[in-house]
Design a protein around this ligand. Sequence first.
Ligand code: ZN
Length: 161
Amino acid sequence: MKAGKDKVISLHYTLTVDGEKVESSLDRNEPLWVLLGHGQLIPGLEKALEGHEAGEQLQAEIAPAEGYGERQQGLTQRVPKKYFQQAAKLKPGMTTVLALKEGGHRVVVVEKVGMTTVDVDLNHPMAGKALTFDVTINEVRDGTEEEIQHGHAHPPGAEAH
Ligand code: ZN
């Protein structure tokens, strides 16, 4: 079965940026399960997987525009320390998670730590980066009706959600 829209795929991946390994599902020993065509993956990786089958290995080189976007200027924001869970531990260059007023979370990069505020860069840490994914596809199957309704894959053994 070929990977494409409304298919569920399980894969192992290693992400390399600027020649350095950033993360790998192999370190977690659990494959990533995704429902294709529902925005679970960055667009470039979705495209790279399309038409491939279980057992295949591939390498995808993804430009920033198809990855986490280009870096934007002027996205530095001064945020009171109380909005950070572990403000005392923050240092410039660190990545941290910021709770948003409108709900949800955003990964930000710390630029400067002041007495009561922290300057953060709201660009995604991977914005402006070319991404290299080494992927091994374990399984491709049809998404269930429920998965397609939810817009995400239900890995085996996961609780209903
Ligand atoms: Zn669900």
